[in-house]
Design a protein around this ligand. Structure first.
Ligand code: PHE
Length: 452
């Protein structure tokens, strides 16, 4: 087995690793996608299914991805070369995961640009005096314009490029250590504020008293897909970060902590948004516009709403930034290691690609909205292909690799970091979930995603 560890960077501490993993997982998926999906899928019942998916499918899947990175000490393509020498198919699967991160970046950077735009808008007090319905107009005129979103997207990408350029330890670890706890504090403040609003209790009971009569196959699929997206699974992220982890790290514990913090952020985001939606008599099933249209409207009616708006869009921006940083790292690590390119050059190359397709995604909201491929505009095509096809495929490959290709003793050695951690029965359960439950469940999502 080729040992790459000598020349590779690594996380300095377990805390640094954890904040970087959580920084990737916590993003627009939690603060923007989760609340609106929960709102459109009936609230509490959706949350319960989401939690079940996290425990029984995503957790074993995350540990598996982590393990492949950790055991190989290589990028998402190289990992399979190290662990399955001479078997090209696995490497192709790794390359698909890297492409998945690259493609997610193309539309994610557009939404990241919107968050930055809204941060500036709120700094300029754009939402202090809006009348009913005006926020929808502000949002639409922003997304359809040619230059505004593209400029903000460029700034967003430039900031993430600078952080990545600095490398794992100076870049990802240092910034995540500051930004993630800050993010947590700000979102808690907004959630407390929101829950104390008169009429907020209806929002809380929407989130916490389940009505299973509204659950159907679509709800389960939505919850499962969201769990996947939110934990950044199947796109090479956990694998790449896992490769920077020193020996002796407790992989199941790190994965568990990441899943717990990601889920806490999602629930907190729900608690920041839903009670306020109900308190102001708005609809929870507003859809993807929930954050950008409904929230500014709520902020405009709140006491100290200007400050809260600034804090919220700052949080959203930071969350999007730490997530895109992780996608960028997947691609940069792969290009730098596979093609022996300097990190700086790999960053520039990746950003150039993302810029070109990001601009197309952005324009597809306005001037290019008539340009449809398979009935979808460019933005939706990137979104659909990555989350419904590529991520699920990547996830499936990872659990099949660990469950069926890797040798059982090697898997157990990775679970326990040399026999140090946790009860063996737990490993058996974990192995069973990885080998049988997760692949079947992921295959079902994939099939349903494709025929939908
Ligand atoms: N998990 C991130 C979010 O919730 C998105 C993401 C997907 C990040 C894939 C990295 C890789 O926003």
């Amino acid at each position: 087995m080729k040992d790459n560890s000598a020349k590779r960077a690594s996380f300095r501490s377990s805390f640094g690793l954890l904040v970087a993993l959580a920084g990737s997982a916590v993003g627009l998926g939690n603060l923007w996608r989760f609340p609106y999906l929960m709102g459109t899928n009936g609230g509490a019942a959706f949350i319960i299914i989401y939690l079940i998916c996290i425990v029984f499918i995503c957790l074993p899947m995350m540990i598996s991805e982590f393990m492949i990175g950790h055991a190989s000490k290589s990028d998402a393509v190289g990992a399979f070369r190290v662990l399955a020498p001479g078997q090209k198919g696995w490497r192709v699967a790794g390359a698909i995961a890297v492409l998945c991160s690259l493609f997610i970046m193309c539309f994610y950077s557009v939404v990241g640009g919107w968050t930055l735009d809204y941060l500036f808008k709120s700094l300029g007090m754009a939402f202090s005096d809006v009348s009913e319905g005006q926020c929808a107009g502000i949002f639409t005129s922003m997304v359809v314009s040619r230059w505004e979103p593209v400029i903000f997207m460029t700034v967003f990408l430039a900031v993430s490029g600078l952080i990545i350029w600095a490398g794992v330890e100076k870049g990802i670890e240092r910034y995540s250590k500051i930004l993630m706890p800050l993010l947590f504090v700000i979102i808690v403040i907004i959630a407390v504020y929101s829950c104390l609003l008169p009429g907020a209790s209806a929002g809380l009971s929407f989130m916490f008293s389940p009505d299973f009569s509204k659950v159907n196959g679509g709800t389960i699929l939505a919850a499962l897909g969201q769990a996947f997206f939110s934990l950044s699974l199947g796109a090479g992220m956990v694998l790449t970060y896992g490769s920077y982890v020193k020996e002796g790290e407790n992989i199941p514990k790190m994965s568990l902590l990441t899943a717990i913090s990601d889920t806490c952020f999602a629930l907190l985001a729900g608690m920041a948004i839903m009670p306020a939606v109900f308190a102001f008599g708005l609809s929870p099933s507003e859809g993807p516009g929930l954050v950008f249209i409904v929230l500014p409207e709520i902020f405009s009616k709140m006491v100290s709403g200007d400050i809260i708006a600034i804090a919220f869009f700052f949080v959203l921006f930071v969350a999007a930034l730490t997530s895109i940083i992780s996608m960028l790292e997947v691609v940069v690590a792969c290009i730098a290691e596979e093609f022996r390119m300097k990190r700086g050059a790999a960053v520039l190359l990746t950003l150039a690609f993302v810029m070109v397709f990001g601009i197309l995604c952005s324009l597809s909201q306005g001037v290019l909205s008539d340009c449809l491929i398979f009935g979808k505009n460019i933005f939706d095509l990137f979104d659909y292909t990555t989350s419904n096809i590529m991520m699920t495929f990547g996830g499936l490959v990872v659990v099949i690799f660990v469950g069926w290709k890797m040798k059982k003793p090697d898997v157990f050695a990775e679970y326990s970091a040399g026999g140090k951690f946790v009860h063996p029965v737990l490993y058996k359960v974990l192995y069973f979930l990885t080998k049988y439950v997760a692949p079947v469940a992921i295959a079902v999502i994939m099939v349903c995603g494709l025929i939908k």
